[in-house]
Ligand binder design. Structure first.
Ligand code: GLN
Length: 549
């Protein structure tokens, strides 16, 4: 039987509950325990797939095609495991299950209520992963902040499980904020006391308090928090601001978060956490030997969470290349033929981001053209790949009207067209081509060099695809399809063999990059950007040039 860790949050949102939960999971995993994490979100959408990135940040997609919270991305990147639909449940999904059961007659004769029917369904989901026998520990992160009306049923479910399960099978970790008041030059514990009180009023007493803080907690402050929150001194954990999220597992190890959890769970484990690879990664991340600037062309740039997995993939790929990746955000809406040179100045590579709708696409096309014509390393993801195809059609094949039917349903040259299977789809939630699909790779191509094998599998989230009617024309003029779905022939990868590095992928490689397994397209892209940057500095440095002569 698995044991259960619940992570709640207090005082404010955005404290990094997902990172704390993932760090704890990492430490337990590094001790040889089998761990998984799930996130329960208290909103009514069935999943975040229908939400705007400005609302919710990136929508993360799992192998099995679930559209999920971006915290699942952190879980996968930290733990190097796959999560699934079961790892992210929302209030909407809970109610949907209960209401469907009501219609089927499962509760005949009964009034269906939040307690016990909704809370029972929440408990069922909380226990579900732990019952497979695959895990020693299941960590459940409860989204939202304690005290919110909508998180009440989740807290109630934790309360009931604490009561139902043996004492040593559950532990509750509460993450709070200890604000620093500049004027008073003091860290303040009152918001934490209040939030623990609120949680206690709801019936859950936390075993461990993790305190986000800008300044170190002195022993006196720890004592105060312990006393007023009714936990042991050792259970007050300092979570200081870190330079990178990847440092947090080590900070938590220093604070013994894993040991205190194991103590409550009555787990005897004297293994030292095996974090050699993790530490090597951190070393490379902290002491890079070179630097590249990558332009990220997107339209949700005001909110960095919208491109979370892409940014994290750059960190992984940068570290393995011992290279600092500076990401320069370039708003696609404001790129024009007139300013493109100026905007691309100083870049060593260009990534055109995924996206939906027509806003900003013309700017993306102009940026692709610049990269293609100037030998600038180019990497297009999903919509970015589709824009690369349109740019090539317009400016190389001379198909001036080339477009995607997503932006121009009546275009005469639908180089990107709605997938057949999508034509009858009208519902929006969970209906894209989602999750993992295989892709065959042609030998002798850039894609083959990158992956080093003839078949790969990557995750997807799209409705449109490359229109194969144009493929011959493209290939004859120098843009090839180097990767295709083996069953449907859907073009998954395009590239320009004559260009130093130009690749567009229909899938989302950023969803599979982890600390231990950086995603190969990102790794090679950064390598190409490094080579480009070295060439640039050789040209700029006359001394080097003369030496070369
Ligand atoms: N809007 C495009 C499609 O649905 C691209 C999607 C994406 O970039 N994720 O095909």
């Amino acid at each position: 039987m698995a044991k259960y860790v619940f992570v709640t949050g207090g005082v404010t949102s955005s404290l990094g509950k997902g990172i704390i939960a993932a760090s704890l999971a990492k430490l337990l995993q590094a001790r040889g325990l089998r761990v998984t994490i799930q996130k329960l979100d208290p909103y009514i959408n069935i999943d975040p797939g229908t939400m705007n990135p400005y609302e919710h940040g990136e929508c993360y997609v799992t192998e099995d095609g679930a559209e999920t919270d971006l915290d699942l991305g952190h879980y996968e990147r930290f733990l190097n495991i796959f999560t699934s639909q079961a790892n992210n449940v929302t209030t909407g999904r809970i109610y949907q299950t209960v209401i469907n059961k009501e219609r089927e007659g499962a509760y005949l004769g009964k009034t269906v209520q939040v307690v016990p029917h909704i809370t029972d369904e929440i408990k069922r989901r909380m226990l579900h992963l732990g019952q497979s026998g695959e895990y020693d520990i299941v960590i459940t992160e409860i989204g939202g902040t304690v005290g919110d009306i909508e998180s009440l049923p989740f807290v109630e479910a934790v309360r009931q499980l604490q009561w139902e399960l043996p004492e040593e099978d559950t532990v509750v970790v509460h993450l709070t904020l200890i604000p620093y008041l500049k004027a008073a030059k003091e860290l303040k514990t009152k918001p934490t006391q209040h939030s623990v009180k609120m949680l206690s009023q709801e019936g859950v007493h936390p075993d461990i308090i993790v305190c986000r803080t800008e300044k170190p907690l002195n022993p006196e402050l720890r004592r105060k928090i312990a006393l007023f929150c009714n936990v042991k001194m050792e259970a007050v954990i300092e979570a200081a601001d870190a330079a990178t999220i990847y440092e947090v597992p080590l900070l938590m190890m220093r604070e013994k978060l894993d040991i205190i959890c194991m103590k409550k769970l009555n787990i005897v484990n004297n293994n030292e956490p095996e974090l050699t690879k993790w530490k090597e990664f951190l070393d490379k991340l902290k002491y890079p030997k070179s630097k590249v600037s990558i332009g990220l062309i997107g339209k949700y740039l005001e909110l960095q969470d919208a491109y979370k997995s892409i940014l994290e993939s750059f960190i992984h790929a940068g570290a393995i290349n011992e290279c600092q990746v500076q990401v320069i955000n370039i708003h696609s809406e404001f790129i024009t033929e007139d300013n493109v040179r100026e905007k691309m100045d100083g870049l060593d590579g260009l990534l055109v981001a995924p996206g939906f709708g027509h806003r900003g696409v013309e700017g993306k096309i102009v940026a692709v053209k610049y990269a293609r014509e100037n030998g600038l390393p180019f990497f297009g993801i999903c919509l970015g790949m589709q824009m690369a195809a349109i740019e090539f059609a317009r400016n190389v094949l001379g198909l001036k009207d080339a477009h995607s039917t997503e932006m121009d349903p009546d275009t005469k040259e639908p180089v990107i067209d709605l997938m057949d299977e999508q034509k009858k789809v009208t519902a929006k939630g969970g209906t894209m081509r989602l999750g993992s699909y295989p892709c065959d790779i042609k030998e002798g191509t850039l894609a083959y060099t990158i992956y080093g094998k003839p078949q790969i599998s990557e995750r997807h989230r799209h409705r449109w695809e490359f229109n194969n009617k144009y493929l011959d024309q493209f290939e004859k003029s120098g843009m090839i399809a180097s990767g295709k779905n083996p069953g449907t022939d859907l073009v998954e990868i395009i590239e320009l063999p004559k260009h130093p590095f130009f690749i567009g992928v229909q899938y989302h490689p950023e969803l599979k990059s982890t600390v231990e397994n950086p995603q190969p397209v990102f790794v090679h892209f950064i390598k190409a950007a490094k080579a480009y940057s070295e060439k640039r500095s050789e040209v700029k440095n006359p001394l080097l040039q003369s030496e070369m002569i």
